[in-house]
Design a protein around this ligand. Structure first.
Ligand code: HEC
Length: 98
């Protein structure tokens, strides 16, 4: 029984690590949204630092579905490359930026 619990605990931890918001941000968002998301991406986006995580997820889901502002074509392939878990993780990272 103890052994089973340990295995489950390890599985839970590694699934948390599968979507590492900070790593996703650095790899896929930093190049445009910059340090702590305080820069307007390509001089076009709003500054997303400190947005509610739910608002960021909604925005990313929108881009994935083909919605957004005049520059949505830039965000579509990026959002499409994120799973729901990835979006949640990266949104929480950005929401924590001050
Ligand atoms: C190649 C540059 C680029 C990269 C990389 C990029 N973005 Fe963007 N992002 C933009 C642009 C340009 C816009 C404005 C699009 C529009 O007109 O709606 C934008 C808009 C957004 C918005 C909505 C802000 C607004 O103005 O409404 C969010 C949220 C966002 N990006 C999150 C992300 C996240 C999260 C990542 C990484 C997974 C990411 N972006 C990667 C360029 C980029």
């Amino acid at each position: 029984m103890k052994k089973i619990c340990a295995v489950l605990a390890i599985a839970a931890v590694s699934s948390l690590m599968a979507a590492d918001g900070e790593a996703i941000y650095k790899a896929k968002c930093f190049s445009c949204h910059k340090e702590n998301a305080k820069t307007s991406a390509l001089n076009k986006s709003q500054i997303i630092a400190g947005w509610e995580a739910s608002k960021i997820v909604a925005s990313l889901q929108g881009y994935k579905a083909g919605q957004g502002g005049p520059m949505k074509a830039v965000m579509k392939p990026i959002a499409s490359g994120l799973s729901d878990d990835d979006m949640k993780a990266v949104a929480e990272t950005i929401a924590a930026f001050k």
